[in-house]
Ligand binder design. Structure first.
Ligand SMILES: Cc1cc2nc3c(=O)[nH]c(=O)nc-3n(C[C@H](O)[C@H](O)[C@H](O)COP(=O)(O)OP(=O)(O)OC[C@H]3O[C@@H](n4cnc5c(N)ncnc54)[C@H](O)[C@@H]3O)c2cc1C
Length: 383
């Protein structure tokens, strides 16, 4: 297992992307307060995503013939790292760039590739993921949303939940049952591209603890889809979804969710002139954990670049990474509370409040901690 986390360097060609993406990200956040920057993952700004598309910073792993960068996972690592470090609003293109484009590239028809992928690379086609349902989250094979064949294509009925950005997206890639029942488990599942403007679709926002409503419930009531909505093979949805989840979990994004808070707190420590041993050891601990996680994430990217599917490695990084992201707000809150005489910028407190409220979701979204540990146990031959 350890050899899979071998130290890797980012290729210079890809490092060379940093100044461009850093400049574009800095311009996008110049007027945003820290607590807005901390919302990077859920910050929705379609104009910014189109700007990234124009600069050739979306679809980096997609072949040039479909409008992509024709590069590899290291290029995407650099861009994602810079965007999150700046707290840029990535939500509009986030899912399409990371999951939908590679999924359509790998499993879609040539027509689907030509229709969807160039628009994704320009930041013009926005996607959401319809996997979870009430009663089917971790147990994804039990989805009951159903698509039945009609003369013209498919008729869709059912409900999805927790669908991030469905309110603002153009399309959903939905995991649905096209044959059999929930008892058939992995058989009879398929993936369909659903145009969210079609009649019969109702989207109801759900507010989270912070009061933001970035995810929603999506209801399908006799929604008619054309035959070309099917991605890949009918009944192969499970295999495709497992491949898609590997894209979702293997990126560098699972270590940077609280990074704006960490930066703001360190800026505060500098301003307060605090350099006692307890403070330095806390900062040192965070930096050591971040440096280790980043090294592991680069190693995982090297496996992707070598054409492997690092499912177990990505699960380890997501589990450790989300623990790091969740420990930060609690430790920073303790630190500030134990220095009541120190004045701090109200933005730091607002950022702390936001990250403290949202942090429990870090180890849920994209697969829960327990599910990831099950995958790791299987990788070690324990299950
Ligand atoms: C911010 C956020 C955004 C999300 N965005 C999306 C999205 O865009 N699209 C989408 O489809 N979904 C999305 N989700 C849903 C997310 O993927 C699910 O919440 C997740 O898969 C867990 O499913 P569940 O909520 O039904 O919990 P459950 O599966 O009911 O799990 C409840 C608890 O039981 C544990 N558990 C379940 N099964 C096992 C087991 N076999 N062994 C041990 N423990 C187990 C879980 O780990 C968890 O702690 C999002 C969730 C969040 C928080």
């Amino acid at each position: 297992m350890f050899e899979n986390f071998a130290y890797a360097d980012l290729p210079q060609d890809d490092e060379d992307l940093r100044p461009l993406v850093r400049q574009i990200a800095a311009d996008a956040v110049v007027d945003l307060p820290m607590d807005q920057r901390a919302r990077s993952w859920s910050g929705f700004d379609a104009a910014f995503s189109r700007k990234l598309g124009e600069a050739g910073l979306l679809g980096l792993t997609i072949p040039e013939q479909y409008g992509g960068g024709g590069r590899g996972p290291f290029a995407r690592f650099v861009v994602v790292e810079e965007l999150l470090a700046a707290g840029a609003p990535v939500a509009a293109h986030w899912i399409a760039d990371r999951q939908s484009a590679p999924l359509i590239l790998n499993f879609g028809t040539e027509e689907q590739r030509q229709f969807y992928i160039p628009r994704i690379c320009r930041g013009e086609a926005l996607f959401c993921i319809g996997m979870s349902e009430p009663g089917s989250g971790s147990d994804l094979a039990s989805v009951t949303t159903k698509a039945e064949r009609t003369k013209k294509g498919w008729r869709l009925n059912g409900q999805k939940i927790w669908t991030t950005n469905s309110l603002h997206s153009d399309y959903m890639i939905a995991l649905v049952r096209t044959s059999g029942g929930a008892e058939d488990r992995h058989k009879g599942l398929s993936q369909l591209i659903v145009d969210l403007k079609l009649p019969g679709i109702t989207i109801k926002p759900i507010s989270d603890l912070t009061g933001d409503a970035h995810f929603a419930e999506v209801f399908f009531d006799d929604v008619d889809l054309s035959a070309d909505a099917l991605i890949g093979e009918e009944g192969a949805g499970w295999k495709q979804v497992v491949a898609e989840l590997a894209f979702e979990r293997s990126g560098p994004e699972r270590i940077y969710s609280s990074i704006i808070l960490l930066d703001s707190w360190i800026a505060h420590l500098r301003e307060a002139g605090r350099s006692d041993d307890t403070t330095l050891s806390l900062v040192g601990e965070f930096m050591a954990r971040l440096a280790t996680l980043r090294g592991m994430s680069v190693a995982c990217t090297a496996l992707l670049a070598a054409g492997e599917s690092p499912v177990v490695e990505a699960s380890i990084i997501k589990d450790l990474g989300t623990s790091f992201e969740q420990d930060l707000p609690a430790a920073i809150a303790n630190d500030l509370a134990s220095h009541p005489d120190e004045s701090a910028n109200p933005e730091l407190y607002r950022t702390l409040q936001y990250v403290s409220h949202i942090a429990p979701s870090f180890s849920l979204r994209g697969g829960t901690r327990e599910i990831l540990r099950g995958i790791i146990a299987r990788g070690l031959g324990l299950r």
